[in-house]
Design a protein around this ligand. Structure first.
Ligand code: NDP
Length: 246
């Protein structure tokens, strides 16, 4: 059941995160949105409320552990508990390794890996105390298959495959009832390409997305499916993308 579940979403100011907030709220979830652009979050929360849903939001930089803690605290303060967290914030400044865009490599590691770990560290004490909870994360097909330009991005997304897999196994062994779901999207039309500064990578990606890209609501529906599953069931991994993309 989704209705009345309290669900935190990082990277909720655009794309997949925003679409998921709208989808889950439309099914009765109480959603808490986090990202750096507060103005965008405010608008999405207002739209959800105008449609009869429940939403709170706060500015969140996932690289900052204290802000992740405050994000979880806000949910508990407003709604009393946390049922799920969707660790979705991420960026993809693709480039060939030889371009040596070292600041962008660090940014991807900070947001796509450390940002996820900060979210997990912030929410785990609550889930352990409740003896239940669900952690969902957005990886990428880029984390399953190597491609030129995606060395560091793909590495940060592969990290999720391993981390979430181990988390699921440990939870089962420890009996903590913390369920996981990892989603591996292919080309989804969002703002993701805006962070690419390498011209050739940007050109290639824009052409790929123009040919194949589908709407972010498709991923939102998959997340909703995973959240809707009964407590005794975990749907671990989904690969989702355009039917036409090879
Ligand atoms: P968007 O660029 O539209 O969304 C990215 C989100 O991440 C934004 O809400 C952005 O918000 C947030 N974000 C970035 N940095 C931070 C930060 N430091 N702290 C908090 N939030 C941050 O792209 P998508 O919706 O496509 O991306 C969502 C996820 O999906 C990412 O993890 C991406 O890697 C993954 N993905 C996307 C695919 C696609 O084809 N679109 C394919 C596979 C995976 P703000 O700037 O306001 O902080």
């Amino acid at each position: 059941m989704i209705k009345d579940k309290v669900i935190l979403i990082t990277g909720a100011s655009s794309g997949i995160g925003a679409a998921t907030a709208v989808e889950l709220a439309s099914k009765g979830a109480k959603v808490v949105l986090g990202a750096r652009r507060e103005d965008k979050l405010r608008q999405i929360a207002e739209d959800i409320r105008a449609a009869g849903g429940q939403a709170e939001f706060t500015a969140l930089d996932v690289t900052n552990p204290n802000e992740n803690d405050a994000f979880v605290s806000l949910a508990k303060e407003k709604f009393g508990r946390v049922d799920a967290i969707f660790l979705n914030a991420g960026l993809m400044p693709s480039s060939p390794v030889s371009a040596l865009k070292t600041a962008e490599w660090k940014q991807m590691v900070d947001v796509n890996i450390t940002g996820v770990l900060n979210g997990v560290a912030a929410v785990m004490p609550t889930f352990l105390a409740q003896k239940s909870g669900q952690i969902l994360a957005t990886s990428s097909v880029a984390g399953l298959k190597a491609y030129p330009g995606g060395a560091v991005y793909g590495g940060t997304k592969w990290f999720l495959k391993d981390f979430m897999g181990v988390l699921r196994m440990e939870s089962a062994m420890e009996g903590t009832n913390i369920r996981t779901a990892t989603i591996y999207p292919a080309a989804i039309n969002t703002e993701l390409l805006d962070t690419i500064t390498d011209e050739r990578s940007a050109e290639g990606m824009k052409s790929l997305y123009a040919t194949y890209g589908i709407s972010a609501d498709r991923i939102a529906r998959v997340v909703a499916f995973a959240v809707d599953m009964p407590e005794d069931t975990t749907v671990n991994e989904f690969t989702v993308g355009p039917a036409s993309q090879p």
